[in-house]
Ligand binder design. Structure first.
Ligand SMILES: Nc1nc2c(c(=O)[nH]1)N[C@H]1C(S)=C(S)[C@@H](COP(=O)(O)OP(=O)(O)OC[C@H]3O[C@@H](n4cnc5c(=O)[nH]c(N)nc54)[C@H](O)[C@@H]3O)O[C@H]1N2
Ligand SMILES: Nc1nc2c(c(=O)[nH]1)N[C@H]1C(S)=C(S)[C@@H](COP(=O)(O)OP(=O)(O)OC[C@H]3O[C@@H](n4cnc5c(=O)[nH]c(N)nc54)[C@H](O)[C@@H]3O)O[C@H]1N2
Ligand SMILES: [Mo]
Length: 738
């Protein structure tokens, strides 16, 4: 039995006669997800040898991309595929320059820091002469670019949070905008051993902490938590938060001493709250926009007006039109309550979003694979990539700069599934025909691999040696090879090495190290960290032989912004003022209509506040039993369920279990209806993650990204705004679900 790791947890791998036969979860990992490992490894969807699309094999890049996704994929020898791919990269570099190679390759790849596919592909393309990269992520892309203006950096969303033990011991009230959905706690980027959140939240509840969840979906309240639930229209949270700020001002609760000492720009914001634009941001105003009873907002105000209050927002809130605003507004509200930097008070982001946020962790001991400098210095904001692909030369305003889309001739993707993660997939399908060549590495025939010209089969984590973990956990995990590669699959590192040989850049790519040399090299940095921090770190061989290594916890519990609060002069924020910027002259100076100089209510482009009578707001949240599109091929029967309030269903003549069709002007997909009385009227929820299977009547598997738009949060962050989508739903007639 060997311990291994994936993004959905640690597990014991059971191997008999060289075959993986079972996977048993460790540390509270979800047994259903972990138990799928044998099915996943030996799934019919494994790519067992390299393939080339027939049209590309016969006519080369000149034939265009029209057959992508429809042509037969022809199995070829490794050398054939490697020669073709290396020649294509060299040709595009020579004829069009490095910026014509799109290698941002967004995606979660798999756990394991060395074989992380996205890191490998970018390292290879940098060594080979350069590529167009992407900036930002899908998870918290709006926060990533607004928070540095407000707090000096993005650590409050990327890595830092007050830990749950402190919240449990010190908070009186937790208000969770976007909720605390336990399904999200099954997953940690990089993979964690401890899944402590259900226990941590229970401990807080046992300690008498009162919880309020603000979310359209009752399921976002963890079971056993007696939380008050406010169910606003999706996209209206900013109005509620602003109105709470207004209430703090007019009742005199706003902590002027805190605002004066720790923030700048409160005055213009307060003037706005008071109505300098003609609208006073009262609770009545917010109740109207959010379409919730005023009494609920009054009760919410009463709960936060006294005591120690932790305000938190899930990442989902900022994956929407003007997603910068709820985060900036929440920081402003926390500043008004004056408890930022105190144990159990202030704000934190993402407690409800992923396992490990607010966990005891220790940074610096999980080794990271090094990247290489990329000669092409102008990345595209990640969520703009489909638009950039379709429109070379398109200009994107981005965080005070302008980014110009290059003319992309070659796409190289390893470790991501854009036909899962991107928006408006029908439009992407068209844009995807434009480049001359598409190269994809994946262990499985994902919709993206199906739409490639050259496909390289990758190993899974169980077929190679690696080191895994995350700073949101207290373990570093050796991941020894458990089984031989399936079919002719190769490690991405080996594939890139063979390509680098052909291109004459092997030494730049691998620094002369093989797999185990790299693991030793990476571990040496953890050892060096141990020396500076006085932590005993084992020699590599001992570490690798002994299974998960428990990292000693930090002596002091984490409290977000505690140092700043204790001494703002000694620990200034990296903002222009050194303080929290409730108004930002930098942002105001950008002159953006969709992101002004202080938090503001900006009406979403698509939302229930401006919808036709039969429109529904579709929330596309993260799947309970998958990691994005991973595990889909071994999951429940297609299509995906869509949850709908039974009264909305009855109004359309629909019943639980019916086959339905979701549609809008961008596309259509099928789904199975689940009547769910926990949903706000007018809102439907369908998880992302189905493999894209388009046909004339609509997408068959229930992939909601045929309905979402190529519209970003704002010209500040240009981040994914997928959670702002209106749809209609009708009964499926031409196709009966089994
Ligand atoms: N509508 C809507 N869309 C969304 C979201 C939403 O909330 N709503 N969420 C967005 C968010 S936050 C995210 S993070 C993205 C996620 O989008 P992705 O990260 O693209 O999704 P994954 O399915 O995790 O894709 C990872 C791919 O890597 C492959 N892989 C795994 N291991 C290896 C390996 O060793 N080598 C190679 N070459 N490949 C490997 C997997 O098989 C899989 O195809 O989706 C975004 N899209
Ligand atoms: N099981 C599982 N867990 C995951 C993942 C996975 O694929 N599977 N993916 C991981 C990744 S990459 C990420 S980025 C995180 C994402 O973490 P989040 O973005 O927080 O997760 P979501 O599931 O998209 O959304 C959480 C909830 O927010 C609510 N919500 C949506 N819109 C609104 C709104 O406008 N207002 C309010 N108040 N609530 C709203 C929805 O009801 C939804 O259930 O999840 C991580 N966790
Ligand atoms: Mo994400």
């Amino acid at each position: 039995m060997v311990v291994s790791l994936c993004h959905w947890g640690a597990f014991e791998a059971v191997v008999e006669n060289g075959r993986l036969v079972a996977a048993h979860p460790l540390g509270g990992a979800n047994p259903q997800m972990i138990g799928k490992w044998p099915d996943l490894v030996y799934s019919d969807s494994r790519i067992t040898q390299p393939h080339v699309r027939r049209g590309f094999l016969e006519k080369g890049h000149g034939a265009g991309g029209a057959g992508r996704g429809t042509d037969e994929m022809v199995p070829v020898a490794w050398d054939t595929a490697l020669d073709l791919a290396a020649a294509e990269l060299a040709r595009v570099h020579r004829e069009h320059g490095a910026q014509a190679v799109f290698g941002g390759s967004y995606g979660w790849s798999s756990a394991g820091r060395f074989h992380h596919a996205r890191t490998q592909v970018r390292r290879f393309l940098a060594a080979a002469g350069g590529f167009t990269d992407v900036s930002g992520n899908y998870s918290w892309g709006a926060a990533q670019f607004i928070l540095p203006h407000v707090l000096g950096d993005d650590s409050a969303v990327s890595s830092a949070a007050t830990d749950w033990a402190t919240v449990a011991d010190h908070a009186d009230t937790v208000v969770a905008f976007g909720g605390l959905n336990p399904k999200n706690w099954r997953v940690t980027s990089g993979g964690a051993v401890a899944h402590h959140l259900p226990e941590a939240v229970r401990r807080a509840a046992d300690n008498g902490v009162s919880f309020t969840v603000v979310s359209p979906l009752a399921q976002d309240v963890p079971p056993g938590l007696n939380a008050a639930l406010v169910q606003p229209r999706p996209g209206s949270d900013t109005a509620i938060i602003l109105a709470l700020c207004h209430k703090a001002v007019i009742t005199g609760r706003a902590d002027r001493a805190f605002l004066n000492r720790f923030t700048v720009g409160a005055e213009p914001f307060i003037a706005y709250l008071r109505g300098d634009d003609g609208t006073e941001k009262t609770l009545e105003w917010a109740a109207g926009l959010a379409d919730v009873p005023l009494t609920q907002l009054e009760a919410l105000w009463n709960r936060i007006a006294t005591g120690r209050v932790m305000l938190t927002a899930s990442w989902s809130l900022q994956r929407a039109d003007h997603g910068e605003q709820p985060y900036w507004a929440l920081v402003a509200l926390a500043a008004m309550l004056g408890q930022i930097g105190l144990p159990g008070g202030g704000f934190c982001f993402g407690y409800g979003s992923m396992n490990g946020v607010g966990a005891a962790g220790r940074r610096g001991f999980v080794p990271a694979m090094e990247g290489l400098p990329n000669p092409v210095g102008t990345p595209i904001p990640v969520a703009c990539f489909p638009e950039a692909l379709a429109n070379p030369g398109r200009r994107f305003a981005f965080n005070g700069t302008t980014v110009i889309a290059p003319d992309i001739r070659l796409i190289w993707w390893a470790g991501g599934n854009p036909f899962h993660h991107a928006q408006d997939l029908n439009a992407l399908e068209k844009a995807w025909q434009r480049p001359e060549t598409v190269i994809v590495h994946d262990p499985w025939w994902t919709p993206t691999a199906q739409r490639a010209d050259i496909v390289f089969p990758s190993t899974t984590t169980l077929e190679r040696n690696d080191i895994g973990g995350t700073s949101r956990d207290l373990f570093v995990i050796p991941m020894p090879r458990v089984i031989a590669p399936v079919g002719q699959a190769r490690d991405d590192f080996a594939t890139f090495g063979a390509l680098a040989d052909r291109l004459g850049c092997r030494a730049a790519f691998d620094d002369g190290r093989d797999e185990m040399d790299w693991l030793r090299h990476m571990w040496a940095r953890s050892q060096a960290r141990g020396i500076t921090e006085g932590v005993q770190v084992a020699e590599f061989d001992e570490f690798f032989a002994n299974g998960p290594w428990p990292v000693p916890p930090e002596a002091r519990p984490e409290v977000l912004l505690q140092d700043f609060r204790d001494d703002p002069l000694a620990h200034p924020l990296a903002t222009p003022s050194g303080r929290i910027e409730i108004s930002s002259q930098t942002i105001a100076g950008f002159g953006l209509a969709d992101c002004p100089g202080h938090p503001a209510w900006l009406e979403p482009v698509e939302w229930l506040g401006a919808a036709a009578a039969d429109d529904l707001h579709l929330v596309t949240n993260q799947p309970a039993r998958q990691l994005h599109s991973q595990l889909w091929q071994v999951g429940d029967q297609a299509p995906q369920p869509v949850h709908m309030n039974p009264e909305d269903a009855a109004a359309r003549g629909l019943r639980d279990g019916d086959g339905v069709r979701l549609f809008n002007h961008r596309g259509a997909c099928f789904a199975r209806l689940v009547a769910d009385a926990g949903l706000r009227r007018g809102v439907v929820v369908m998880a992302t993650g189905a493999w894209f299977a388009p046909d004339k009547a609509g997408e068959r598997n229930g992939n909601p990204n045929v309905l979402t738009a190529w519209r970003q949060t704002s010209s500040l962050a240009q981040a994914c705004a997928a959670l702002s989508t209106l749809v209609k739903i009708e009964k499926e007639t031409e196709w009966t679900l089994d």
